[in-house]
Ligand binder design. Structure first.
Ligand code: 0PR
Length: 349
């Protein structure tokens, strides 16, 4: 049978995922038939997962992290909220997050029976004062976003960690997308900078691993214990993951990408992506558009709806923010020459 070819990345400007690094692709294929959810049987991939967590710790400033490779940022965020809920002693738990938090927190709240309270942002960043008005004794988790989905902006993580500590809640940082570029910036966001408890960082986004490879890291093993479920018929006696059978491809691919790229390769990619974002922002400004200044490599600008639709009809994959701006994510597959031809199409319009 002749299967369809997957689409190429030639005109994809909207995705937070990218073409995997060749070493990551190769590792994914090699470990396709392994299941880290059954570590007693699949020992090699289980050892690779230990290595993945170690490497994620290096990226996020934690010399001795605990955690695991999730199916993606959604699972990691759900599990972080679950840890916080299980640890707390309240029958009416709530989570406080900025309005910019990814919709996976809505799923987490829904699945876990936790109330989600969102505070308005200021200048596309979380406003700790607005969040302070929402926390109370039933707050189990306070969320900061380090690299927001729509604008790539970074919240004031230290102030949000202080707020969490004030009410004895956990502080969770969602660096699902930003985690592999933030080490090369001045932002305070990781385990070494701030008193955070849990963190999401996805190898299958800026980490250049194959899908599915997300990451949940926690400051200490004790927090992971909040998730432990007894597994009477497996070799291991408990399981902390949300899914049972999991992709060994994601785990192996994450290790291969990080072994290959951390830190020099990721730094170089950050510099290239950031320069591309700034170049595109300048080009759009020169054409009279309002541009949200890029902080990490995401560009949002006020292109009209017909203009965005025309670009889409020419094959460009661009998306819109909630406020209606056109948004371009400068992923590793987004090159300067791609952006030049994108701008040329804009000029045609
Ligand atoms: N946290 C952040 C900050 C994210 O941006 C995302 C995904 C997640 C968590 C969830 O991760 P998983 O999808 O791995 O579970 N970001 C969106 C996504 O890829 C971004 C998006 C949404 C991009 C809509 C394009 C688009 O059209 O689903």
């Amino acid at each position: 049978m002749q299967l369809a070819e997957p689409q190429d990345f030639e005109r994809v400007l909207s995705s937070m995922c990218t073409e995997p690094h060749p070493a990551a692709r190769e590792a994914a294929e090699r470990f396709l038939a392994t299941n880290p959810g059954d570590p007693g049987t699949y020992e090699t991939v289980s050892d690779l997962e230990t290595r993945a967590v170690e490497l994620l710790g290096a990226v996020t400033g934690h010399p001795d992290p605990a955690g695991y490779v999730t199916s993606g940022g959604t699972e990691a965020n759900i599990q972080a909220v679950r840890i916080a809920r299980n640890r707390a002693d309240t029958s009416d738990p709530n989570v406080v997050a900025p309005a910019s938090a990814h919709f996976s927190f809505t799923k987490a709240a829904n699945v876990l029976g936790v109330e989600l309270r969102t505070a308005p942002t200021t200048g596309h960043r979380a406003d700790p004062e607005a969040m302070a008005e929402l926390v109370d004794e039933d707050t189990v988790c306070v969320v900061a976003v380090a690299g927001s989905t729509e604008y790539g902006y970074v919240d004031p993580v230290p102030a949000i960690a202080d707020l969490a500590a004030d009410v004895d809640a956990l502080c969770h940082v969602d660096a699902a997308w930003g985690g592999f570029v933030l080490p090369f910036t001045d932002h305070e966001w990781d385990f070494s900078d701030t008193a955070i408890d849990t963190l999401t960082i996805d190898p299958h986004k800026m980490g250049q691993a194959a899908i599915p490879a997300g990451g949940l890291l926690v400051r200490s093993e004790r927090l992971l214990d909040e998730l432990a479920i007894e597994t009477p018929y497996l070799e291991s006696t408990s399981q902390v993951t949300l899914t049972g059978t999991r992709s060994g491809a994601g785990v192996a691919s994450a290790v291969a990408a990080m072994e290959e790229l951390w830190p020099a390769g990721y730094r170089e990619q950050y510099e290239v992506s950031m320069a591309n974002a700034e170049w595109l922002a300048d080009q759009l400004r020169a054409r009279g558009h309002d541009v949200v200044d890029p902080d990490l490599p995401v560009v949002a600008a006020d292109l009209s709806v017909p203009m965005t639709e025309e670009l889409r009809s020419r094959g460009w994959r661009v998306s819109k923010t909630g406020a209606g701006e056109m948004r371009v994510v400068c992923m590793p597959h987004v090159t300067r020459s791609m952006l030049r031809s994108f701008v040329a199409d804009l000029d045609w319009y």
